[in-house]
Design a protein around this ligand. Structure first.
Ligand code: FAD
Length: 396
């Protein structure tokens, strides 16, 4: 006989695991299908303070705060031609309750966050790949790579960039203007800030709107990457030389990298930015990267995945209770509007970065107290907070 769940989530990354934990805490019979055995590598290593209240609600914060991950108190953006930098210290934002986040190796973080979903009562099938979903009037039938079938009232696509249901339903599109390529690896021996600022993320500006990231993990390993437009990407075959040459173009990053040794293979990912025309059908919903991903510049991916899980929760609960569908109830449209409010603000912030001279522009802009606090909160991911001065003034 077919096994039944109220909700099936495809994908056990941060979005799927968060939604599973939140639903399980509401006594919903929820199952997650994750195709990979964890631990495994994944990109997306710098978290934002605004995710912390969601992790508290999902029961995950205790693990995150147990000492295995390094704290991130701020984000530094360093100029391309000088040692100038602009610093966003999260304690200085509008939301003083969330003054920090963490830098995480995703091989540990993803295992921990999926374990939390189990702990909260979700059923996890792993490693099991969902091969097919059939949508019927009253329910959905999920078929796995093992040939097993499962029934649920709703199926949530949290498959990340694979966007399984988004692609099947032809609602997913490559972003019209954010077409970038990222080249990255982990390194040993990258120089660090002292004390409290050890876990700050450093963004080093490079010529032609390219940029680099330096994300220190607990211990000796640091994630380092370079992002540039696909139009100017010319790495050839020697990715090592490309990385070294690009990283040396930022005075601050060059200093940090002196004597560092690469510990992992170099990975290249391109054209990762995309949007979806809609995030729901009658009995399906997209969350996290499966719905939308803009750009890694402001480390917003995991936060958007967890925020979409939080916004999805009341909608799924209401549809289960009233035996309604996402579309007929109008709640699917509300879900899209709720998500896009924050997504559009992140997009404006990203545009400020790519269309101007971010370090110089910000140094001028941040002199006013309310504006500095507002931008600091925005960089901390607080894009759904209507109390933020710059959001009220529609600066973003
Ligand atoms: C270059 C780059 C740098 C980035 N840096 C950052 C950063 O610093 N901070 C940040 O917050 N974000 C960053 N991101 C974004 C971040 O990687 C994602 O936004 C985040 O991982 C999205 O979480 P998710 O749960 O939606 O999807 P994912 O984390 O991708 O999880 C999806 C899961 O679904 C599983 N899956 C897929 N298909 C199936 C299937 N058919 N059956 C079962 N399981 C399936 C996969 O195995 C995977 O575990 C970056 C992205 C890029 C491209």
């Amino acid at each position: 006989m077919m096994k039944k769940h109220d909700v099936i989530i495809i994908g056990g990354g941060p979005g799927g695991s968060t939604l599973a934990a939140l639903l399980a805490k509401q006594n919903v019979n929820v199952a997650v299908f994750e195709r990979e055995d964890f631990p495994r590598f994944h990109i997306g290593e710098s978290l934002l303070p605004s995710s912390m209240p969601i992790f508290k609600e999902s029961g995950f914060y205790e693990t995150l705060n147990s000492g295995k991950y390094i704290r991130k108190y701020g984000a530094r953006f360093a100029d391309c031609t000088s040692h100038d930098e602009v610093y966003f210290g999260f304690e200085d934002g509008f939301n003083a309750e969330i003054p920090s986040a963490f830098e995480v190796e995703r091989k540990e973080f993803d295992k921990d966050i999926l374990d939390n979903a189990r702990k909260q009562g979700a059923t996890v099938y792993q490693p099991v790949r969902v091969k097919d979903v059939e949508f019927l009037d009253t329910h959905c039938v999920v078929t796995t790579n093992k040939g097993d079938q499962y029934e649920a009232k709703f199926v949530i696509d949290s498959t990340g960039r694979d966007a399984m249901l988004g692609k099947n339903n032809k609602v997913r599109k490559i972003h019209p203007d954010l077409n970038n390529v990222a080249v990255f690896a982990h390194y040993f021996g990258v120089k660090r800030n002292e004390g409290k600022h050890e876990g700050d993320i450093l963004i080093g500006m490079l010529p032609e709107k390219a940029w680099s990231w330096v994300i220190p993990f607990k211990g000796d390993i640091t994630s380092v990457g370079v992002v540039c437009s696909t139009k100017i990407f010319n790495a050839g075959t020697d990715l090592e030389e490309y990385l070294n040459t690009m990283l040396a173009k930022s005075p601050r990053v060059k200093e940090k990298m002196a004597g560092a040794e690469r510990t992992t293979e170099i990975t290249v990912i391109s054209n990762y930015s995309h949007v979806s025309e809609t995030y729901t059908g009658k009995r399906w919903m997209l969350i996290g990267d499966a719905a939308v991903f803009l750009d890694p510049m402001f480390s917003s991916g995991v936060h958007m995945a967890c925020t979409s899980a939080k916004l999805a929760l009341p909608i799924i609960l209401q549809c289960l209770k009233e035996n309604a569908t996402f579309d007929d109830s109008g709640l699917g449209q509300k879900y899209k509007e709720d998500i896009d409010r924050g997504v559009n603000r992140f997009h404006s912030l990203i545009n400020l970065f790519y269309k101007g001279d971010f370090v110089k522009d910000m140094k001028k802009t941040l002199t006013l107290d309310n504006v500095r606090k507002g931008f600091t909160s925005a960089v901390a991911g607080d894009m759904w907070n209507e109390d933020n001065y710059i959001l009220q003034r529609k600066v973003l």
